[in-house]
Every structure is written in C-alpha cells, then in structure tokens.
Design a protein around this ligand. Structure first.
Ligand SMILES: Nc1ncnc2c1ncn2[C@@H]1O[C@H](COP(=O)(O)OP(=O)(O)O)[C@@H](O)[C@H]1O
Ligand SMILES: [Mg+2]
Length: 302
C-alpha cells in the first residue's frame, strides 16, 4: 500500500502547479451566500484523465434521476470535448455565451433534449468565467440563476485534469463525483485531482465512481488505494458512491447515440448507473450548502 501511495505521489507530485485558492475575502459576500443557500443540488462530474466515461455517466445519470422524478439540468462544461450533444444524437447552435445578447433568455439556451434530458452548452463563457467583464458576469449570473426554478439537481460535466477552469468548477460545486477507471494512468490522474481539490476547497465533498470495472476485487483495490492515499497524504475523506462494469452495450449505445439508460435499461452498466442515481437521492442526505447560486457566485467571482 505504501509503495502504491509513494508511486501515486511520485507520479503526480512534481508535475503539478496549483492555482491560488478561490477568492474568499468579503464577509459581506459570505453573508449573502448564506442567505441564498437554497437551490438545486449542484454536482460536478470530473476526472483526472479524459475518456474515462464522465459524459456517459452524466447523461445516463440525468435519465436515471429523471426516472426517479427529479428535474435535472446538465451543464456541458467540457470546453475541449463538449459532447453531451453527441451522446444524445442532437446538435445545439446556442450556448451559454448567447445569454449576453439582451434578446436571448435562459429558455433559449436551456435545451430540451431527447429522453427528457435538459442541458445547456457551456461555450467559452464558462471556461473564461473569471475573465469576463463585471457587466458580462452580472448578465450571465442573473439569467443563469433562474435554472434554480427548473431543476432539483444540476449536473456539471467538466473537462478532465487539474487546469484552472476545471478546478474552478469543482471547487464551486457542493458535491464532486470523481470518475476513474482501474487503469494506473487514470488512478494517478485521479489522485492529482484529489490533491488539487483538497488544496483549493474549503468544504471537501468528493466521491469516487469507478468505471469500466471487471470484477469486485478490482473495485475494492481501486477504492482502497485511492481512499487510503487521500486520507493519509491529503487528509481528504473519499468514499465510493458506486461503480460501473465495463460493458460492450455502453460502447454500442455511444455508437448508436441512444443513451444506454434509454435503449438498454437492463444492461449491466445501466443498472449500475441506476444504482448510483439511487445512492445520490436516497443515500446519506447531502446538505445543500451553496447550491446553484453559490456555484455561480464562486464561478463568476461575485
Ligand atoms: N462502462 C463502460 N463500459 C464500456 N465502455 C465504456 C464505459 N464507459 C465509457 N465507455 C467508453 O468510453 C468512451 C468515453 O466515454 P466518455 O463518457 O465520452 O468519457 P469522458 O467524458 O470522460 O471523456 C465512450 O465513448 C465509451 O466507448
Ligand atoms: Mg466528456
């Protein structure tokens, strides 16, 4: 175990630089945040390495949560590979940046996709949220705020890695789901995210999802390694919310652009995702701390 920890640390230890902690100065802002602490649960779905299954999890989780009566909005915030559209077999011409146009309302960019999935394409607005002018941030904030009226849960599909914009999303959200596969490269990169996250967040709340697993011993090993390493070296408590078996039906679903939860709800991977949705809704009750408004405030530095 210690070898593995040392390995993970050696692999990620030297190559990372972390941004400064989020600006948390104004007490006045804090009081405001506390006053607005209600709102949809806001969950960021992230990973260290790309291609580990974040978007598939996000889209299918939205369908599974929808089946449980929850209203869900996905924010497609992976600027490099924004492909919520692709998995749904749709294409959107509008994105969040269009909100800056006075004639464009939230309803115009909040797309009602197939399978009951509602989503907003992030566009570059979210990637460079911190660099927008104060007026632009105000406009985006005030229009996006109304997502709270349309959703019980907001899932933010982020890019991979520990770039500043990804970390901004994950430290702004109340809850983080960190997706990894059992591959060593994915584990190492997942550890890098945990490290960056633990250094920048005030209220850590990160859960693991292990994707593409082959059997139960593999799940135990992955979760054991990551959670023990995080506990020991980062003092970060990391639980596992669930796992998803490696399933060819998932690959077929991506190719046919019909999410597995819709096309093959009884497939092994689909049942795993339904169980993760169950865990989110019926598991230990998460307290909404900042919610959606708090997320936007942090993201847009308001
Ligand atoms: N449980 C799974 N079983 C088999 N293949 C999977 C599984 N999850 C994801 N994949 C494959 O991995 C690919 C990348 O998934 P994607 O969700 O786009 O990753 P990310 O959003 O992390 O970049 C999918 O197109 C699919 O082929
Ligand atoms: Mg993706």
């Amino acid at each position: 175990m210690n070898d593995q920890a040392a390995n993970l640390r050696r692999l990620v230890g030297d190559k990372n630089t972390y941004p400064d902690p989020p600006n948390t100065q104004a007490t006045e802002k804090k009081t405001k945040q506390q006053a607005e602490s209600k709102g949809p649960r806001t969950i960021a779905i992230t990973s260290g390495k790309g291609g580990v299954g974040k978007t598939n999890l996000t889209v299918n989780l939205a369908i599974a949560l929808g089946n449980m009566g929850k209203r869900v909005i996905i924010i497609d915030a992976d600027m490099g590979m924004a492909n919520v559209d692709i998995l749904l077999g749709t294409s959107s011409r509008v994105n969040l940046m269009n909100l800056l146009d006075p004639d464009v309302a939230l309803e115009d960019v909040l797309l009602r996709g197939p399978y009951g999935v509602s989503y907003i394409s992030g566009g570059s607005g979210m990637e460079h949220a911190g660099e927008l002018s104060v007026t632009e941030r105000d406009i985006l904030f005030s229009k996006l705020e109304d997502c709270a009226d349309w959703a019980d849960i907001i899932l933010v599909d982020t890019g991979a890695g520990i770039g500043k914009n990804v970390l901004d999303f994950i430290v702004s959200a109340d809850e983080v789901l960190l997706v990894t596969t059992p591959e060593p490269t994915s584990l190492t990169d997942a550890y890098a995210v945990m490290k960056g996250y633990s250094k920048t967040t005030e209220n850590p709340n990160l859960k693991l999802i292990v994707n593409r697993v082959i059997d139960e011993p593999e799940i135990r090993e992955v979760v054991g390694t990551l959670s023990r390493t995080a506990e020991k070296f980062l003092k970060l408590n990391v639980e596992c919310l669930g796992y998803i078996y490696d399933d060819q039906m998932m690959v077929k679903s991506v190719r046919s652009q019909v999410p597995i939860l819709s096309g093959h709800p009884d497939a092994l991977a689909a049942r795993c995702i339904t169980s993760i949705a169950n865990g989110l809704v019926n598991g230990r009750q998460e307290k909404i701390k900042l919610g959606w408004r708090g997320f936007l405030r942090k993201l847009f530095r308001k």
